[in-house]
Design a protein around this ligand. Sequence first.
Ligand code: 13P
Length: 252
Amino acid sequence: MRKPVIAGNWKMYKLVADSVAMALNLRPLVANANHCEVIIAPVFTALKTVADRLEGSNIKIAGQDCSVETQHGAHTGEVAADMLRDAGASHVIVGHSERRQFYFETDTFVNRKTQAALAANLTPIVCVGETLAQREAGHPESVVRGQLEGGLRGLTASDLDRIIVAYEPIWAIGTGLTATPEQAQEMHAFIRRVFAERASNGQAGALRILYGGSVKPDNIAGLMKQPDVDGALVGGASLEAETFAQLVNYNR
Ligand code: 13P
């Protein structure tokens, strides 16, 4: 049985005080959510304070990105994976489409970040997903295959046990256009098949694949009913405690 994951990516939103307030509001609303893992990803500047305030809760913390570098050194502006771990994170998002699109991250970069995260004992949430043009050109699978193969290159069998994949079609992010449950299911099943080429069938069966892109309280149930949708990576609807709690409690 794959334990679902509901993760909130706060992107570049919230000052420290707002982040703490949101986290403290969320805490009691999801305290009984044993059916899934609950993760939030605040901005770097708020991460440690939020993690400290959530100690003892069932809410885990993710970084939104990490450096490819594992050795501390002269890398201005970078945050190493072990620094995230030190600040209280257990997970880190890597290869988000906004980083690929706006900060020119390649699959090689995403691969190095995935390896850096694993080396620091963080669970990487590796993001993949096609643009609208790529979908309309009829080859979203080949795009996602390339991102997966590139992102996971060189990972050992035990590494593959420790990652989460998020499918986030770029045309669905922040647009209000959600993939239909059927579109999500089709791509998630494809991702599991591609993963199985690299890993054992058992490992592929255990891989959690999250869907991201305009997930809202009124569409999450349909997505979560799909056999290969194991959770959600949520942007906009994760910024407010009651709404995110409704997503976490999608099964109620
Ligand atoms: P939205 O839920 O705002 O579409 O964002 C999705 C996302 O990018 C999560 O990482």
